[in-house]
Write a protein that binds this ligand. Structure first.
Ligand SMILES: O=C([O-])[C@@H](O)[C@@H](O)[C@H](O)[C@@H](O)C(=O)[O-]
Ligand SMILES: [Mg+2]
Length: 448
């Protein structure tokens, strides 16, 4: 029989960090965002970690899993992961079906739990084998540096709320990014200024604008302004399916050479699924389409591919799992698609997850999304990876290559415990701007 280390402890630690008042179709980001750390210790003295979005559902699934994981060998990691998957489905906690009107992250919950367990086990296995996680995925490590894009948002005026948003830091000697990321950004000029600061700080070559906030015509003008300022950049816009098909076609059809690809321009409408409308959008405009909304599991992916609805699946390891997302990368490489990666606000364990996923992806990839620039400075690990020249470089260490800073984790955990609203709800902050504001997946956030 094999003799791999045994798991002796499993901790599920919810944590919270600070965020800016970033606008999207679901409202405005609260001043706090929440995540879950899954920490596994084995009897070889290694600690494996994973990070996932925090919801009560995921916390419960993971806490319920503790007795099934502790005492097991890491050598049966595949079985441990698939057992959690099956156990949870048996208990009828499947993700909600993707229906029009669902917020982009509503479908991910069950998958978040499975993915974070797999990540922490991969981290332990990598340390046992003295190899980076990227070597344990699909074809093994393909590159040492992973391109990431500058993820830009319109930002609301935090001073219209009494929430604890950080004010920013305009002190001499501080990079302007650390101030600008907390200030109101609504105009084209301000978005360009934000992009300039982000590029100067992190060296981005490419940008994504989160849309679904202002009228589509306004957002397209912002895209034009970005392209004018950064003519070499690949630029995309993501209105999270809030535009109608007709509107999406009319907004984007003349954007060749300005938009390199478009992310979820439209979604389900009038009896047609989001996969069908994206296929029509692609045919009508000839623009490549990325998605994190309509191809998020194998069944959805199969329909999306049969319809030729997408070019760039944004395979987020937090719901596809590291190995699932890597498999999407293999499929992309074989079938002429391009792997990208979706993100949400995250800490530095997730940053390492993205780096290993990108490092193991065969063929060409599109620069990955990451929200890290909005959180950078709030680390939970010692020596977090850095974004330099628009890239994330692996650090050469085995496993995920992260070491938790338990003091920082303790503070972030206390911050989480102090929150009244623990699950993400962007309507809360939004209601300071528009009284009684409610999510409507087909109406831009500010067009009410
Ligand atoms: O952070 C946000 O507001 C985004 O809207 C995020 O929640 C989305 O899931 C994501 O970034 C996306 O690409 O749709
Ligand atoms: Mg998206």
């Amino acid at each position: 029989m094999s003799d791999t280390p045994k798991i002796v402890e499993m901790q599920v630690i919810p944590v919270a960090g600070y965020d800016s008042m970033l606008l999207n179709i679901a409202g405005a980001h609260h001043c706090y965002f929440t995540r879950i750390l899954l920490v596994l210790k084995d009897n070889a003295g290694h600690t494996g970690v994973g990070e996932a979005p925090a919801t009560g559902v995921v916390l419960k699934i993971l806490n319920d899993a503790v007795p099934h994981i502790v005492g097991q060998e890491i050598g049966i990691m595949n079985q441990l992961v698939s057992d959690l998957h099956k156990r949870d489905l048996d208990e009828n906690r499947q993700p909600k079906p993707v229906l029009p009107g669902f917020r982009p992250w509503d479908l991910e919950r069950h998958h978040n739990a499975v993915a974070v367990l797999e990540t922490a086990l991969l981290d332990l296995m990598g340390q046992f084998l003295n190899q980076p996680v990227a070597q344990l995925l699909g074809p093994g490590k393909q590159r040492d540096e992973v391109p990431v894009l500058g993820y830009l948002f319109y930002i609301a005026d935090r001073q219209k709320t009494d929430l604890d948003y950080l004010p920013g830091n305009a002190q001499a000697g501080q990079h302007p990014w650390y101030h600008l990321r907390h200030q109101e950004v609504m105009s084209h000029d301000k978005v360009v200024q934000l992009a300039e600061a982000a590029q100067d700080k992190y060296g981005f070559k490419d940008f994504k604008l989160k849309g679904g906030v202002q009228a589509g015509e306004v957002e397209i003008e912002t895209v034009r302004a970005l392209k004018k300022r950064f003519p070499q950049a690949r630029i995309t816009v993501d209105p999270n399916a809030s535009w109608s098909l007709d509107q999406a076609i009319s907004l984007c059809k003349d954007m060749h050479g300005i938009l390199s690809y478009v992310e979820d321009p439209c979604g389900a409408e009038q009896g047609f699924s989001g996969r069908e409308t994206l296929a029509e959008f692609k045919r009508a405009t000839g623009l490549p389409v990325a998605t994190n909304m309509i191809a998020n599991d194998w069944r959805q992916m199969s329909h999306a591919l049969q319809l030729n609805a997408i070019d760039i699946p944004l395979a987020d390891p937090h719901y596809w799992s590291m190995r699932g997302a890597n498999t999407i990368g293999t499929l992309c490489n074989a079938w002429g698609l391009t792997l990208g990666c979706h993100s949400n606000n995250h800490f530095d364990v997730s940053l390492a997850m993205l780096a290993h996923l990108g490092a193991a992806a065969p063929g060409e990839i599109t620069p990955f999304d990451t929200h890290w620039i909005w959180q950078e400075g709030q680390h939970l690990t010692k020596n977090p990876l850095q974004i330099k020249e628009g890239k994330l470089a692996l650090n050469g260490l085995p496993g995920l290559g992260v070491e938790l800073d338990m003091d920082a984790v303790g503070i972030a955990h206390q911050r989480y415990n102090n929150l009244r609203q623990k699950d993400r709800d962007d309507a809360v902050a939004m209601q300071y701007l528009i009284r009684g504001w409610a999510f409507d997946g087909k109406r831009a956030t500010l067009v009410r």
